[in-house]
Design a protein around this ligand. Sequence first.
Ligand SMILES: N[C@@H](CCC(=O)N[C@@H](CS)C(=O)NCC(=O)O)C(=O)O
Length: 195
Amino acid sequence: MLILLYAPGSSSLAPHIALNEAGAAFETRRFSLADKETRTPEFLAVNPAGKVPALLIDGRLMTEVAGILFYIARRFPEARLMPAGGVEAEAQAVSWMSFVASTVHPAFRAGADAVREAFVVAEARLAGRAWTVGESYSIADIHLFRLLWRTRDLVDVRSGGFPALAALYSRVHDRPAVRRTMAAEKLEGYAPPVR
Ligand SMILES: N[C@@H](CCC(=O)N[C@@H](CS)C(=O)NCC(=O)O)C(=O)O
């Protein structure tokens, strides 16, 4: 039994998308960050970090977007969310996800200039490619997409000279599983930054 603890539009959007892409059977538990629902004694008893996402795998706790995405990709190989190409391609996916978690996500908290700086690096790395790793959609694209979506009010990737990021954003945003996940999290009201 898989249970995803999530807060709408937060980091947990990435594993939520991946679970839907994989066609996994899972349940969700919704929490409000505004109401500090991840800081209650009940939540902390489940995840002492007080953060989402958290995935309960038969009751066992898995945290961190990158770890959860890796788990989903490996657990549901038929969904092909792990890039093809062996160990180097898989390591590139881990590399992208580490970059997103350690550079892009903190940049969001630091403000527009920091986000733009992180996007310059991401754009250079992505330039000329449709997907972050190899020739197909993978967990690394999902992780990057979530941050592109979350930072859209700070930095418009269309007008900011980020053509590769803008194209990737649109490509991921248009996927049925992504649309379904955003509807499930009731994010429809948010105007997409790149169309
Ligand atoms: N490095 C973590 C970041 C998780 C994180 O920062 N989650 C935020 C939402 S985006 C959260 O739950 N914040 C609630 C809090 O800190 O009280 C990951 O990749 O999962």
